[in-house]
Design a protein around this ligand. Structure first.
Ligand code: GDD
Ligand code: MN
Length: 381
């Protein structure tokens, strides 16, 4: 399908787009208590989309207010199909809602946009035309390329956070995010054929990042847009959402066993801090250094356990009870310590190694064993 809609912002936006079939685009809108924005959003879509591109709108709603009723009411005046998918269990937050919408969508193209009028629907036909023209699987509406801006990002604090997060994310995924200047954008078009719903593990706001990293569309292109001011109500983002984002990043970055082992080692290394602090406190309190070290070591083990539970194996916790996991984890950690000395002796005697290289090899061996044990015995896949 050849597009005649220009990609640049300067040209007149309303020119016809040839479309292959009715319902060429499904617009997925996640909503959480947006009743005051629905009418305006649907009016904006009505004014700028159906004349150029047949569409349907799917709301995926986790609201506790009357948003679903308002949608059903407002849908009567719309010249295109509108549906509401209300979730009783809002798993995965915003990202989880979007994935439900992606699964429900039947069109060739899917556009994801916010329900608070920060994303201009007039850009929808242009996103798709641009994707068709460049044979892209994913078209990102970006605030960070020429012609775009983040006008609606209220406050210096949010701008700084957004910049920092974008920088960190791009640094963590240089390859997967090549060509994406705005991986945090909540406004994008994706081909249905590029969505691999079964590999997605959405967690919070950054669903575009999730798709770019896990679904890996082959070609990506960008179109600039101006992030508008929110129409009514306020952002649903919070400090808790910030923490969820960090967990999301760790989850994405540790999808492969090698990356997971590296993270396991890094977390393990931080255990020295509580260990040394504990040793200091216990010996200062008059305890002999040997039992003090045995106890302080448990502090390091507990610290590691907490970090690993919440960062690395969060999604694999449900197979065993909490005390069971803690017990197994502590057992492995202590077995590591107990095994180390005989292992060094073994390497020295039977492999004829020097004490230093035998120690290094023993450390690496017990580390790998401990990681493999944690994967297989504490957290089942
Ligand atoms: N279904 C559902 N479930 N929808 C949600 C949830 C949820 O848990 N949380 C938020 N939403 C909906 C809101 O109702 C709104 O329609 C949309 O998702 C965006 O939420 P906002 O709370 O308005 O987000 P924001 O403006 O702070 O952030 C937006 O811009 C960021 C870039 O600065 C989003 O698009 C982010 O994804 C984006 O990173
Ligand atoms: Mn918003």
């Amino acid at each position: 399908f050849e597009s005649t809609v220009p990609g640049g912002l300067g040209e007149p936006a309303v020119r016809a787009v040839e479309v292959p079939e009715p319902g060429a685009v499904t617009i997925v809108v996640p909503t959480f208590n947006e009743s005051a924005n629905i009418r305006r959003l649907l009016r904006q879509i009505t004014e700028s989309v159906p004349a150029r591109l047949p569409c349907e709108v799917v709301f995926v709603d986790d609201s506790t207010d009357d948003t679903p009723e308002v949608i059903t009411e407002a849908a009567r005046d719309c010249p295109f199909p509108v549906s509401v998918l209300h979730r009783e269990v809002p798993e995965g937050g915003l990202g989880g809602a979007v994935v439900e919408g992606l699964k429900a969508a039947s069109s060739q193209w899917i556009v994801v946009m916010d329900g608070d009028c920060q994303h201009p629907p007039s850009l929808v036909p242009e996103l798709i035309a641009s994707g068709e023209r460049t044979h892209a699987g994913l078209v990102v509406a970006s605030r960070y390329i020429k012609g775009g801006s983040r006008q609606g990002l209220a406050g210096g604090y949010r701008i700084a956070v957004s910049r920092g997060a974008t920088w960190l994310t791009k640094a963590l995924f240089p390859r997967r995010l090549r060509g994406i200047s705005d991986p945090m954008s909540g406004f994008f078009a994706i081909r249905r054929s590029a969505v691999t719903a079964e590999v997605l593990r959405p967690l919070g706001y950054k669903i575009l990042l999730e798709l770019a990293v896990r679904s890996r569309p082959r070609r990506v292109t960008e179109v600039p847009f101006v992030f508008q001011d929110r129409f009514a109500g306020e952002s649903k983002s919070s400090a808790a959402e910030g923490l969820r984002f960090l967990r999301h990043l760790v989850g994405l970055r540790t999808a492969s066993p090698v990356a997971r082992m590296t993270a396991f080692g890094l977390i393990g290394a931080t255990g020295f801090v509580p260990n040394l602090l504990g040793l200091y406190a216990l010996t200062a309190a008059g305890l002999h250094y040997v039992p003090a070290e045995v106890l302080a070591n448990q502090l390091g083990v507990a610290w590691n356990f907490l970090l690993i539970e919440h960062l690395l194996f969060r999604e694999r916790r449900r197979h065993r009870k909490g005390w069971d996991r803690a017990g197994r984890f502590a057992l492995l950690a202590n077995a590591d310590l107990v095994l180390r000395i005989p292992l060094i002796a073994l390497f020295v005697r039977h492999l004829g190694m020097g004490a230093l290289s035998a120690t290094a090899l023993a450390l690496v061996t017990t580390f790998v064993l401990r990681f493999a044990g944690t994967e297989a015995l504490v957290y089942l896949p």
